[in-house]
Design a binder for this molecule. Sequence first.
Ligand code: DAV
Length: 367
Amino acid sequence: MQKTVVNSWNEWDPLKHVIVGRADDCHIPPEEPALDAKVPEDSDMRGQWGRRPQETIDRANELLDNFAVLLEKRGVRVDRPTPIDHALPVTTPDFNTDSQFGCMPPRDVLLTVGSEMLEATMSYRCRWFEYLNYRPLMQKYFDEDPNFRHESAPKPRLTDADYHPDYLSDKIGVEKRLQWAAEKFFVTTEEEPLFDAADVLRFGRDLVVQHGFTTNLKGIEWLRRHFPDHRVHTVNFPGDPYPIHIDATFTPLRPGLILNNPQRRLPEDQRGMFEANDWEIVDAAQPAHNTPPPLCYSSTWLSMNVLVLDPKTVCVEKSEVYQAEQMDKLGMEVVEVELRDAYAFGGGLHCCTADVYREGGCEDYFP
Ligand code: DAV
């Protein structure tokens, strides 16, 4: 029987079908320009690379499996990717890197807009082939759903021309990084379109895209041309010295309400569309932790990397008690999910998932 499998227009409508990543065979990739720019200068990850320790992979998989079961119990269909061999190098005519990243997190690679799933260009060399982890699922959706549009953005060349050499030092300092972020001088150049899917938030007819390390202005322009029926808005958050991915910075919870990282506030001159339509942008609660877990790329702000199940229900990481309390005050039912030991694999509850189906259609929230 023919049916609609893929449909998702925003971050909050009732979730019915989702992909949850796997930690199998995840690697800390060797040094490369865009990835190094994101590793904080005092991080335990500087200079390390290789396959992640097996016990951390097993623990992360246990948590991801539990999360999948929890979602299924709430009536959400869950699919899992098929890991490729991430120990293999990536070699193209333009570059070589000695290992890959992993099949986490799916949110970075797959952008679902309506009946389309778009594979992002990616901007790390080690993530160039990451879409292959999801191809078995894409093929399945293609067979099941006559309206499914499987799209892939042009694979970038990722030569040295894609990266500003100024960023290739491990002694830049946070002050300089903040100044560069304010000037919108990021590690990626405008050589060719680059974007990660996790820099995009979907608000029905509007797509809000973060300009930062992983997404450049040409990438945003490519998205604008690719989605001609959408309005595409460029945002940036000058308070973030390591700006990759929008989902620990700006988190819509339901129509009219967005959590914003208080260290990375949306500049006043970018708030017009929200203010004109009476959307509230509130500061997110403080994270419960002072430091990220070991071997983790992300900041402590994965606290606000929540997965909205419907406009009244949200999954919050179990140890993030302040974030949970704030959700409760905002009138959301909180579903606690233990995930902190999987953060090192690329992110939190929003990161480790990718939407396949949410109820509802394409609304105009900013008429
Ligand atoms: O705050 O380190 C993490 C986003 C992961 N998708 C941060 C951003």
